[in-house]
Structures are given as structure tokens and as C-alpha cells.
Ligand binder design. Structure first.
Ligand code: F6P
Length: 354
């Protein structure tokens, strides 16, 4: 059995732990040959591959990023852009030339959508859900999310001491795309006083009133805002558009927009920190190392059992699998009745609405 592995889309902590687990399990349990495809689906187009064995994956469990490299703009079905040509036949020619029996695709919704199309061309595929955003459909957790939340929590801890000392309003902007998971969990872990997420459009007057009340009593406020959050009646703040990307919008900057809107309404100084790619880099937390290892081992079990077209998923505490077809191109956002939102409200955290 000859299995290819690739990592697609943006990187995140835990990718190497998955590569390691899939490789070791396939070699030890199936005596398989394993090949790493470099830079996501681009490697299938350019035939950039490398053999993976126990030596190649030694010592990478705790390493951030991906040893295989990744690419978030290469979709062989729309080669570099929505209007791009369908070059999937070239990728399939690589699959044939290498003699790959199946592919393990580690990635987010975009990667799953592409993997699903390859499945339809006859390439057996198993998916592993990756993203710091935690927004993949039908899995309660993606690996990488816990590591991003830990970064946000630590950042808020640090911002709190300086905010308290100066009596300032400190805004921290997180990643997360169209979902508020990172801001919600990171904000709660870091004791934010205001948490603003894309799923709940915020009312500027309500945010200002919360900060004003804190100016009178506690003196400082920590606001944790997701990059996709928006004020009522306004759209999301788009930083740039990358036409060639399967998801062309790059969000970012809403923290600074909020600072400008909020400052005239308050006496205390308002400052903003954009957490950015710091949330995506670095070593995975112990939780993510274990989750990635479970996911990787489970992916190998699916390959072993010939259960293709499946994506590994965590549902409750159980590692299971779902059809890639049911996941491809879909997102999971924070439901309005989520327990953590209720807990936030109960603890007096403002979610930007009265
Ligand atoms: O999907 C992961 C993510 O980090 C998002 O949170 C963020 O919006 C996006 O990727 C940033 O992408 P890029 O690194 O291409 O700017």
C-alpha cells in the first residue's frame, strides 16, 4: 500500500503531530509506504514529494508549522483563481506516476472541498480536520484551536496588567474568519470584559456603556474582538482580497475600527493589539499534540479499513468519522444558545448587546 499525505490551507500547530501519527501508524500497522506531498495540492501539480519514514518524522511532535509546507491558494480544479483552468488531470497524472493508492488530506473546509472532488475522480481520500478557527462542520474540535486559544489567553493576561496600570481600554483582535470560537474561548480564558464575535452583531452604544461603567468602578476594560465581528448595520472589515485563493477575503482591522468609533465616547484611552499570525505559529499545546495524534492514528485506521471519503472528527469525547461530502465547503459557527455564551452573560461579560 502506498499512501500520500499533504497539508493544505493555512498552517497551524499540530500538523506535524498528525503527519507523524499517520506515518508511524501506517508503517507499523500496515507496512505501508508513505510519501509526503509538499506545499499542499501544489505538490501534486509540480511533483514535489518526499518519502516519509520513522526517521523523517522523528522529533516533530511538538514542532509548529508543517514539515511538508502548505499552500492556501492552490486548487487544481481552479488553478490559481476562481476563473482558473481545471488542471486536476495533471494532479491525477502525478498520483498515477507515483502509484499512490490513497491520499490523506490534512486541512480545513477548502482542503476538504478539493479532496472531495479528487474522490470523485477516483482517488480514495481520508481527511483530517485542521484549523485554528475551529469552524469545520461536524467536528466539535479541530486541532490547532486549543493552541490558538492559549496564545489569546496569555495575550489577554499580559494586556490586563498594563490596562489596569494605565486605566485604559485595551482591544485585542483575534483571528477566526467568519466564526467567533477563538475570540469566545480565548476571551473567556483571558477574563475579557467584552467579547465580540461575528455571530452577534454588536451595538456600539452598548459596548461604550459597558466601558463607561467600568471607567467609574474598575477603571480598565479588556475587549476581545474576532476579526469577523461587525457593528450592527456594517459589514465585516476586509483587509485584502486574494483573487487566486479559494476563499479570497482576508479579514483584519476591525479592532482599530472599533478603537476609532469608541474613543470619542470614552474618557479613558483606547488602544488596540492585533494578535495576527502569532496565534497560528509555534508549538502545539499538550491537548493539541494528543488530539493530533488521535486524529492521525484514526486516519490510518480508516485507510487500513478501506473507509475512504471520510474525515476524522471529534464528537463529544469520541474520535469518529464523517463523510467528507457532508463537510466540504461548509462552516460551523457559534450557535446563539451555546453554553459559553450563556456563561459569559451570566458572569457579566458584555457580548456587545444590551
Ligand atoms: O483559517 C485560518 C486563518 O488563520 C484565519 O483565522 C485567518 O482569517 C486566515 O487564516 C488568515 O490567512 P492568511 O494567513 O492567508 O492571511
Amino acid at each position: 500500500m502506498h499512501i500520500g499525505i499533504l497539508t493544505g490551507g493555512g498552517d497551524c500547530p499540530g500538523l506535524n503531530a498528525v503527519i507523524r501519527a499517520v506515518t508511524l501508524a501506517l508503517i507499523n500497522e500496515c507496512d505501508a509506504r508513505v510519501t509526503g506531498i509538499e506545499r499542499g495540492f501544489l505538490g501534486l501539480m509540480t511533483r514535489s514529494v518526499r518519502p516519509l519514514d520513522a526517521g523523517a518524522v522523528a522529533g516533530i511532535l511538538a514542532e509548529g508549522g508543517t514539515i511538508l509546507g502548505t499552500h492556501n491558494q492552490c486548487d487544481p480544479f481552479h488553478y490559481f483563481g476562481a476563473g482558473g483552468a481545471d488542471r486536476s488531470a495533471d494532479a491525477m497524472a502525478t498520483v498515477k506516476a507515483l502509484g499512490l493508492d490513497a491520499l490523506v488530506a490534512i486541512g480545513g473546509d477548502g482542503t476538504m472541498a478539493i479532496a472531495h472532488q479528487f474522490e470523485a475522480l477516483g482517488l480514495p481520500v481520508v481527511g483530517v480536520p485542521k484549523t485554528i478557527d475551529n469552524d469545520l462542520y461536524l467536528t466539535d474540535r479541530t486541532f490547532g484551536f486549543d493552541s490558538a486559544v492559549a496564545v489569546v489567553a496569555e495575550a489577554l493576561d499580559r494586556l490586563s496588567t498594563t490596562a489596569r496600570s494605565h486605566g485604559r481600554v485595551m482591544i485585542a483582535e483575534t483571528m477566526g474568519r467568519y466564526a467567533g470560537w477563538i475570540a469566545l474561548e480565548g476571551g473567556m480564558a483571558g477574563g475579557a470584559h467584552v467579547i465580540l464575535i461575528p455571530e452577534i452583531e454588536f451595538d456600539l452604544a452598548a459596548v461604550a456603556a459597558h466601558c463607561k461603567a467600568r471607567e467609574q468602578h474598575e477603571g480598565h476594560t479588556i475587549i476581545c474582538i474576532a476579526e469577523g465581528a461587525c457593528e450592527q448595520g456594517a459589514g465585516m472589515t476586509v483587509r485584502s482580497t486574494i483573487a487566486a485563493s479559494p476563499d479570497p477575503l482576508r479579514l483584519g482591522g476591525v479592532g482599530h475600527v472599533l478603537q476609532q468609533r469608541l474613543q470619542p465616547l470614552l474618557d479613558s484611552e483606547v488602544r488596540t493589539t492585533l494578535l495576527g499570525h502569532v496565534q497560528r505559529g509555534g508549538a502545539p499545546t499538550a491537548f493539541d499534540r494528543v488530539l493530533s495524534t488521535r486524529f492521525g492514528w484514526h486516519a490510518a485506521q480508516l485507510v487500513k479499513a478501506g473507509r475512504f471519503g471520510r474525515m476524522v472528527a471529534l464528537q463529544g469525547d469520541d474520535c469518529t468519522s464523517v463523510a467528507i461530502a457532508d463537510v466540504a465547503g461548509r462552516n460551523r459557527r457559534v450557535p446563539h444558545d451555546h453554553e459559553l455564551l450563556q456563561a459569559a452573560r451570566g458572569l457579566g461579560v458584555s457580548l456587545g448587546r444590551v
